[in-house]
Design a protein around this ligand. Structure first.
Ligand SMILES: CC(C)(COP(=O)(O)OP(=O)(O)OC[C@H]1O[C@@H](n2cnc3c(N)ncnc32)[C@H](O)[C@@H]1OP(=O)(O)O)[C@@H](O)C(=O)NCCC(=O)NCCS
Length: 331
């Protein structure tokens, strides 16, 4: 008969770490190429400035640095990590996964390591998997990371997306707990809307082209906006219901930082009480896809808007259209 290991009763977020690239790019620097204005961008998206990585700030470097900070915050040694999950859509090598490089750089002892491609919902997918691993006994400590270098795959002349996407990394250590620290995930996808956010072309088209160029992201912004504003409030409510809590119980709401107006629409639909603090990291960080939720949570903690033990709701959505939501206790 097969022996099955016993997992921990529950899992929790034990520590949080982020890496914000050093280069700050204000709207004024990008508006010329897209015939736009600082006022339009702020009004439509809430973005004042974003951070773009310098040459030295590679995806691997940012991911490793955020992970080191998360390990330090958690008081966990790299050797204790059994699995490294990196959610990203901007690793430029088809294989192997950037997670294997990060696991090595950190000094884990041959931790399992793989990447997750669920776009802006990737971090919440990674947290959900880490939660299940710790509870099933297949890992005791897991690094769940969202990391992106989207500036490399953003077309600076595309009016619909050039002002949105940005770079950064955020990591959490997920480990065993005596009390529930991560609620059940609500997740899904809608491949019928695959075209709404995607790479402009695949690598075969790039190679066949007379003028090969990086396959940049393209987006039907308005359709994404309408979908996210309506559908995601329901997903958020399901995550609350499954966790057995109500909006009244929440301390902080940390949605994917896609657009402040989507955040506002979700908060209205969910009838979030005014006392619930809402993440607004997008204003200074832009949309960092898989990295946006840990980055946004870190800013709230750093600015005293969120504290250890607070109840937080994560909701993430993006290309795929993939989405995921869960309630967590802030580490
Ligand atoms: C991209 C986004 C900010 C655009 O805002 P919008 O209100 O939907 O804008 P529209 O595309 O409907 O365009 C409205 C007008 O602004 C103009 N416009 C579009 N891009 C512009 C820009 N960068 N600067 C100035 N004007 C612009 C359009 O030409 C249009 O003008 P018209 O009314 O004269 O035709 C918004 O759709 C959005 O944020 N969508 C969600 C994107 C997202 O979250 N993506 C990531 C998910 S992970």
């Amino acid at each position: 008969m097969i022996t099955v290991p016993a997992g921990a009763p529950y899992a929790k977020l034990m520590g949080l770490g982020v890496y914000r690239p050093s280069r700050i790019v204000p709207n004024s620097e990008i508006v010329g190429a897209i015939d736009s204005s600082d006022e339009w961008i702020q009004q439509r998206s809430g973005i004042r400035q974003r951070r773009w990585a310098t040459e030295d700030e590679t995806l691997q470097m940012m991911t490793t640095e955020a992970s080191r900070r998360a390990l330090e915050d958690a008081g966990v040694d790299a050797a204790q990590i059994d699995c490294v999950i990196v959610a990203t859509v901007s690793h430029m090598m088809q294989t192997p996964a950037v997670a294997t490089l990060v696991a090595h750089d950190l000094g884990t002892e041959q931790a399992a390591a793989f990447d997750v491609s669920a776009a802006c919902a990737g971090f919440c997918h990674a947290v959900a998997m880490a939660n299940d691993m710790v509870r099933s006994g297949s890992a005791r400590h897991v690094l769940a990371i969202g990391a992106e270098r989207l500036s490399e795959i953003t077309d600076p002349t595309d009016r619909g997306s050039a002002f949105i996407f940005a770079d950064g990394a955020g990591a959490v250590v997920v480990g065993p707990s005596e009390t529930p620290g991560i609620g059940p995930v609500v997740w899904g996808s809608d491949g019928a809307q695959y075209d709404l956010i995607r790479s402009r072309e695949d690598w075969r088209d790039v190679i066949a082209s007379d003028e090969p160029r990086m396959p940049h992201l393209v987006m039907q912004g308005n359709a994404v906006f309408r979908w996210a504003s309506f559908a995601m409030a329901k997903v958020a409510q399901q995550a609350l219901d499954l966790a057995g809590v109500s909006a009244e119980d929440l301390d902080v709401f940390v949605p994917h930082q896609a657009n402040n107006r989507i955040t506002d629409a979700m908060a209205r639909s969910m009838k979030l009480p005014a006392k619930v603090r809402i993440a607004r990291d997008i204003a200074d960080q832009g949309n960092t896809s898989a990295a946006s939720i840990p980055l946004a949570l870190e800013r709230m903690v750093a600015e005293g808007e969120a504290s250890s033990g607070d109840l937080a709701l994560f909701v993430a959505f993006g290309a795929g259209l993939a989405y995921a939501a869960q309630v967590v206790v802030v580490p």
